[in-house]
Ligand binder design. Structure first.
Ligand code: NAP
Length: 259
């Protein structure tokens, strides 16, 4: 299928590895010029080179913390015409809410709610004028099925989801879509570090814990970043223009509901 986005420009946040990298790679394969960000410059430059080599696309790397005004300004400067925005950042740490202070919560809200909203604010009017825009927020399956130890993630991402539900309906008439991708367990460093936390709590090794989690998933495995990236590229494509304000769960069937 031709996604019809060759030559468009995408800003893919938090993309030196994991799900963001998967999205940048899949978009680049479709001929999209990508601007990728992450805090660690070395890994980011290496990823940019890997995507260039694999796809021949134009890839610009902007090192910086996307949850800060300076990080966002630098990313947007490198991407003056953003046709596609993939919002992503690290997730808040696990823990017991009794230990979280106001500053911890503010950090979580900045990372997983207010940063995507700020970036949407910066790019959406240009998208409306050009009558094309695709925004995908990487949130979490926790929006549908909360993960007890990731309380700050549950809270901040659900706030973003509520906001997007309203905004997406008000811009759809301009061929600007906003949707959320909800990852279940994908094989990334983030998943491995969360599993290490839970394995310790359960008195298991990380390997034992990972095996039992895979066994409990209807697909009997974790998702791959390539699968995630391709789903993202599809949502960013021209043929996906009627998909508006949706929360697409990619979890191998882990959520047990009918809808
Ligand atoms: P990952 O493999 O740890 O990769 C995170 C990427 O984000 C890295 O490139 C990292 O690079 C970058 N990053 C982190 N904080 C950043 C910041 N403040 N500014 C710019 N870049 C930043 O994580 P992942 O598994 O891909 O997860 C991506 C998101 O999906 C997270 O919010 C995570 O909570 C969520 N999620 C993941 C899963 C899963 O199973 N993997 C499930 C549900 C939700 P630097 O560290 O160099 O900045």
């Amino acid at each position: 299928m031709d996604l019809g986005i060759k030559g468009k420009t995408a800003l893919v946040c938090a993309a030196s590895k994991g799900l963001g990298k998967g999205c940048a790679m899949s978009l680049a394969r479709e001929g999209v010029n990508v601007v990728i960000t992450a805090r660690g410059r070395e890994a980011l430059e290496a990823t940019a080179e890997e995507i260039r080599k694999a796809t021949g696309a134009k890839v610009t790397a902007v090192a910086g913390d996307i949850t800060t005004p300076e990080g966002r300004a630098a990313a947007l400067k490198a991407c003056p015409q953003t046709d596609i925005l993939v919002n992503n950042a690290g997730g808040p740490p696990p823990g017991d809410f009794r230990n979280w202070r106001r500053d911890d919560w503010i950090k979580a809200l900045d990372g997983n709610m207010l940063t995507p909203i700020e970036l949407i604010k910066s790019v959406i009017d240009g998208m409306i004028e050009r009558r094309f825009g695709r925004i995908v927020n990487i949130t979490s399956g926790a929006v549908k099925m909360p993960i007890p130890e990731l309380g700050m993630s549950n809270g901040a991402r659900t706030g973003l989801t509520g906001f997007v539900a309203g905004l997406s309906r008000s811009v759809a008439q301009h061929n600007v879509t906003i949707n959320n991708l909800l990852p279940g367990p994908f094989d990334t460093d983030r998943l491995r570090s969360n599993m290490a936390f839970n394995a310790k709590k359960a008195g298991k090794t990380p390997e034992e814990f990972a095996k039992s989690r895979m066994e409990a998933n209807p697909s009997k495995r974790f998702g791959t970043v390539e699968e995630f990236g391709d789903a993202c590229a599809f949502l960013c494509g021209a043929p996906a223009g009627y998909i508006v304000g949706q929360n697409l769960l990619l979890d191998g069937g882990a959520f047990p509901g009918t809808f």
